[in-house]
Ligand binder design. Structure first.
Ligand code: PEP
Length: 252
């Protein structure tokens, strides 16, 4: 049995006041006894303040990215130790916006994954294909490559405490989600790639779907056998919508 997981990626949105209001509205609606693990990932400058508002709640704090280096002259970067120090438990690595806009390649993503693990935090590793790659029927090949880069560097044991998020690039922020069957097919493939290295770790690994999940489509996607929750962008900026999504996750 895998504990369901939903993370909100707030990206570069909201003022301090708006995000504090968002978290207050969210906390009012989160059931006290939920079995679902809920995480919010604000931008770096809001982490400390949001983390304080989350204290004594059952919602965890995550960051959207991290520097692969531990310390030093890396202007503008934020280390894993700093994220841990402000209360982060999770860190997203390899989000497609980081890969596409900031040219983060598989090797760098793998180093970031390791940096997060080295601080005892839990990486949320994003993988997924572009529209062109899907149309060329190379989805499994792309996802295998992205995943293998991390497995090779960090070792499969590192996935004993890690989350993988399948996020087809063509579905992120486009309003065009993968069908439940498309998501299931890739999730099963991701699990099989890990299973080839360690069956027990693969069986326990939580694999999230991300890409235009809304309150109205979450339940059918989360019903699929290998979909253990979601990584939510746009819909995580509205408390009621995010809560609907959290209520739709299912235990597999
Ligand atoms: C994301 O940014 O990770 C994401 C899934 O965005 P959206 O839900 O808006 O498609």
């Amino acid at each position: 049995m895998r504990r369901p997981f939903v993370a909100g990626n707030w990206k570069m949105h909201g003022s301090r006041t708006e995000n504090a209001e968002l978290i207050e509205a969210l906390l009012l609606g989160v059931p006290g006894q939920t079995t679902t693990e809920i995480v919010v990932c604000p931008t770096f400058v809001h982490l400390w303040e949001i983390g304080r508002l989350l204290k004594a709640s059952n919602v965890s704090l995550g960051a959207q990215s991290v520097c692969a280096e531990a310390v030093g002259a890396f202007t503008g970067e934020v280390s894993a130790a700093m994220l841990k120090d402000v209360g982060c438990r999770y860190v997203i690595v390899g989000h497609s916006e980081r890969r596409a806009i900031y040219k983060e390649d598989d090797a760098l993503v793998a180093r970031k994954f390791l940096a997060v693990k080295a601080q005892g935090m839990i990486p949320i590793l994003c993988v997924g294909e572009s529209l062109d790659e899907r149309e060329r029927r190379t989805t499994n090949q792309i996802v295998t490559r992205q995943l293998s880069a991390v497995l090779d560097l960090a070792g499969v044991e590192a996935f004993g405490e890690a989350i993988v998020a399948y996020e087809p690039v063509w579905a992120i922020g486009t309003g065009k989600n993968a069908s439940p069957e498309q998501a299931q097919e890739v999730h099963a493939h991701i699990r099989s790639v890990v299973e080839a290295r360690d069956a027990k770790i693969a069986a326990r690994l939580r694999i999230l779907y991300g890409g235009s999940v809304k309150g109205s489509n979450a339940r059918e996607i989360f019903a699929m056998a290998d979909v253990d929750g979601g990584l939510i962008g746009g819909a995580s900026l509205k408390a009621d919508e995010f809560l609907k999504i959290c209520a739709a996750v299912q235990v597999h």
